[in-house]
Write a protein that binds this ligand. Structure first.
Ligand code: ASP
Length: 343
């Protein structure tokens, strides 16, 4: 086995290869790795990072743009459109699990390197909310459109209204209806089952960072519930002078602590991405006696290419892609004994 130092200089190491889980096909070599020494990684040149294993194909789409000197904004939009359009990914876009009334309602946000932002929330019938969020940023004087107004704006700009409830998601919902217990807490047997938002950060060859986040939110949420994903500074924030952060997990906790903004501000004050993610998780843990039942994961990267992720419970994964290829990595967690060391 090689050392983490080897990995940092590009040899793929300090790492144990464990297998690929739910990873889909990618044009890049993928390895699932466990980092030593605080779980912080060094990426080279342009890069893209994103949450969960569906980040692997999403990163591949984003990387095609970055690798041909495209913009980070195009990269993050194109990247997260992959899970949005995949009916087998039950937590984002088309195929997402519905709310308790059977409606698939989507939240998304995007930020560019100049601090411009756009978002949509409680949007129904539009397969690619991230592209609507980008149009809100680029074509309106506003940052956020919600519900029917967001849908009308999308239709006015050429988007098609489609039924996003797939037979598989409808079946799951009908099964849930048998008990109809509204419980946003994760299943203790699989704390990550309810959480699969994609957040993505990319740096292009010009050195600019942009970010995106998109989700169908908590499964079987109350009708009208909006999570952290469209809230700028909660589930995603980018400051091109410093870096960016994105979140997944129980959105209510992320919103109450404005986690992504917090992480970026902590990095501005000199904390590493690993230390900043650790502190943002600590803020949630400290205010929740029942933190063992809550999953939140943060992923952060700074402009120097340092990248880290940290979650409350184990199981959170993130995908990183640069010229060395794509790696699917296990985040450290608060609940894991090694986690307390932070970065
Ligand atoms: N953060 C998302 C939300 O609360 C869900 C998730 O990532 O699991 O809507």
């Amino acid at each position: 086995m090689t050392t983490r130092r080897d990995f940092l200089i590009g040899a793929g190491a300090g790492l144990v290869t464990l297998g690929l889980g739910r990873v889909q096909a990618s044009s890049h070599p993928v390895s699932r790795e466990v980092a030593e020494d605080g779980g912080q990684y060094r990426l080279q040149g342009p890069f893209v990072v994103s949450t969960w294993s569906h980040g692997v194909p999403a990163n591949a789409a984003a990387w095609e743009i970055l690798d041909s000197a495209g913009s980070a904004l195009d990269a993050v939009e194109t990247g997260v459109r992959v899970p949005e359009g995949d009916p087998d990914i039950i937590s984002v876009g088309y195929g997402g699990r519905p709310d308790r009334d059977g409606h698939v309602t989507l939240d998304a946000c995007i930020m560019d390197h100049e601090g411009n932002a756009g978002s949509v929330a409680f949007l129904e019938g539009i397969k690619h909310p991230i592209s609507v969020a980008r149009l809100v940023m680029e074509k309106t004087p506003h940052v956020m459109l919600v519900g029917a107004g967001a849908q009308r704006f999308a239709v006015d700009n050429g988007f098609e209204v489609e039924n996003l409830l797939t037979p598989a998601a409808e079946k799951e919902w009908r099964c849930w209806l048998e008990k109809a217990s509204y419980d946003p807490w994760p299943d203790p047997a699989d704390p990550n089952a309810a959480h699969d938002t994609i957040g993505m950060l990319a740096v292009d060859t010009a050195g600019n960072m942009c970010g995106a986040c998109t989700t169908s939110g908590l499964p079987f949420k109350m009708h009208g519930r909006v999570g952290d994903s469209p809230i700028i500074g909660a589930a995603m924030f980018v400051d091109n002078e410093v870096g960016g952060a994105c979140a997944t997990g129980l959105g209510e906790e992320v919103m109450k602590t404005l986690g992504s903004f917090l992480i970026v501000e902590l990095m501005r004050q000199g904390l590493s991405p690993a230390e900043a993610c650790h502190e943002a998780i600590a803020r949630i843990v400290r205010r929740n006696a029942d933190w063992k039942e809550v999953q939140v994961g943060y992923l952060a990267a700074d402009k120097q290419g340092r990248c880290a992720a940290f979650s409350i419970l184990p199981g959170f994964q993130f995908a990183v892609t640069d010229r060395e290829g794509t790696r699917l990595l296990d985040a450290r967690s608060w609940a894991h004994p090694e986690a307390a060391a932070g970065g």
